[in-house]
Design a protein around this ligand. Structure first.
Ligand code: AP5
Length: 213
C-alpha cells in the first residue's frame, strides 16, 4: 500500500494518515512533522526550512525530494507507506515516481480530502499541537498533551495571514496534482467533513473499492 493524502491545510491529512497508520502498521511520513522537528532541534535542515515555513511558502524541492528519498529508502517502508504532505507540486510528484520505480509507481493511490474553505478556517483557528511529540488536537482539547504530557501550542503558520498564504500556495502548486493523479487513474476523492471517524470509514471504503477493481 502506497498512499498519498492530498488536500488543503486543515483538510485532515495528518489525522487520517495517523488512523490508517495505526490500523495498517505501515509508516506515516509527514513532511510537515519532519520539518517542524528539525526546526525545534535546530538541525541544518531546520535552519534551512524554518524561514519558508514561517512565511507559509514551500521548502525548495531539492531539499524535500532528498528527505523523502532517504525516508522511503528505510527498511520499514518496504511494505508500503502513507505520505502526508508530499508531493506538493508537479516536480515533487515526478520525483516520487522516479524514486519508486515502475512497479510501485503503479500501486500508488492519491486520496483527495475535500473540505470547504469555511471548515478549514474553523479547524485551524484553534488547532493545538504538542511541542514535544507533535500530536494534534482540536481547539476544545486540554492544556497538555494526552499522549506524552507535553505543552500544547498554536502553530505560527496557523495565524490568519500565514494561513491565507498557505491556502494560496496550495491552490497554485498542489491542487493541480488532483488532475495529475486523476489522469493517471490514481485518484480517489473523499468528502472529508463529519467526524474524523466518519471520514476514516470513507477512506477505508475508498481503499477497499480500489483493491476490488
Ligand atoms: P504541513 O504540516 O504539511 O501543513 P499542511 O499541509 O498545511 O497541513 P496541516 O498540517 O495544516 O493540516 P492537515 O491536513 O494535516 O490537517 P490535520 O489532520 O492537522 O506543512 C507545513 C509547512 O511545511 C508547509 O507550509 C511548508 O512550508 C512545509 N512543507 C511540508 N511539506 C512540504 C513539501 N512536500 N514541500 C515543500 N514544503 C513542505 O487537521 C487540522 C485540524 O482539524 C486539527 O485540529 C484536527 O484535530 C482537526 N480535524 C481533523 N479532521 C477533522 C474532522 N473530520 N472534523 C473536525 N476536525 C477535524
Amino acid at each position: 500500500m502506497e498512499v498519498i493524502f492530498l488536500g488543503p491545510p486543515g483538510s485532515g491529512k495528518g489525522t487520517q494518515a495517523q488512523k490508517l497508520h495505526e490500523e495498517e502498521g505501515i509508516p506515516q511520513i509527514s513532511t510537515g512533522d519532519m520539518l517542524r522537528r528539525a526546526v525545534r532541534m535546530g538541525t541544518p535542515l531546520g535552519r534551512e526550512a524554518g524561514g519558508y515555513m514561517e512565511r507559509g511558502a514551500l521548502v525548495p524541492d531539492g531539499v524535500m525530494v532528498k528527505l523523502i528519498r532517504e525516508r522511503i529508502g528505510e527498511p520499514d517502508c518496504a511494505g508500503g507507506f502513507i505520505l502526508d504532505g508530499f508531493p506538493r507540486n508537479r516536480a515533487q510528484a515526478e520525483a516520487l515516481e522516479e524514486v519508486l520505480g515502475e512497479g510501485e509507481r503503479d500501486s500508488l493511490l492519491a486520496l483527495h480530502l475535500e473540505v470547504p474553505r469555511e471548515e478549514i478556517l474553523r479547524r485551524l483557528a484553534g488547532r493545538l499541537t504538542c511541542q514535544v511529540c507533535g500530536a494534534v488536537y482540536p481547539p476544545r482539547d486540554p492544556a497538555i498533551c494526552e499522549v506524552c504530557g507535553g505543552p500544547l501550542y498554536q502553530r505560527e503558520d496557523d495565524r490568519r495571514e500565514t494561513l491565507e498564504r498557505r491556502l494560496e500556495v496550495y491552490q497554485k502548486n498542489t491542487a493541480p496534482l488532483i488532475e495529475y493523479y486523476r489522469k493517471r487513474g490514481r485518484l480517489v476523492s473523499v468528502p472529508a467533513v463529519g467526524t474524523p471517524e466518519e471520514v476514516h470509514r470513507r477512506v477505508r471504503e475508498a481503499l477497499g473499492a480500489v483493491k476490488a477493481r
